[in-house]
Design a protein. Structure first.
Length: 150
């Protein structure tokens, strides 16, 4: 058994997608090659798919997801023509999670990419409609398997 102790001063300036003892992110921690702890991001034919992982998106998760997606959008730039946020694995989203959606949409829009949301549960879809976020996003009930025949 290995014990690890840190006696140094915490580094609060680190990005949330980097490993810290607080967020547990590590490239080899069983995240199946994920770039971030709570989101899988792929780019195929100009479409960036961001599959959000986890049953809930709260304050901690929203920050990590937003940082990861925004970093990839800035990295890929004009190559991204569409951003798809896949909420198939999400059951709960806080107000900060809703803000995260708007934040990544705004970043995508500055690069000329349209943003859509797929895989919302009926309760989450009602929430997006009640908050009038359906005016900002194209919302589809089921996730579409991109690159496969229907």
């Amino acid at each position: 058994m290995i014990w690890w102790f840190s006696w140094g001063k915490p580094k609060w300036s680190q990005k949330m997608t980097e490993y810290t003892p607080m967020n547990g992110f590590n490239a080899n921690n069983g995240t199946n090659g994920r770039q971030s702890l709570f989101v899988d991001i792929t780019l195929t034919n100009g479409t960036m798919n961001a599959c959000i992982v986890g049953p809930r998106i709260g304050e901690r998760e929203a920050t990590i997801v937003a940082n990861a997606i925004n970093a990839q959008l800035k990295k890929c730039g004009k190559k991204v023509k569409a951003l798809v946020l896949d909420f198939s694995e999400v059951q709960f989203i806080s107000s900060l999670g809703l803000g995260m959606c708007i934040d990544v949409r705004n970043t995508a829009e500055t690069n000329g990419a349209a943003t859509s949301i797929v895989g919302l549960t009926s309760h989450l879809k009602e929430l997006f409609e009640m908050m009038r976020l359906d005016r900002l996003f194209t919302i589809s009930a089921k996730a579409t398997k991109f690159g496969t025949a229907a």
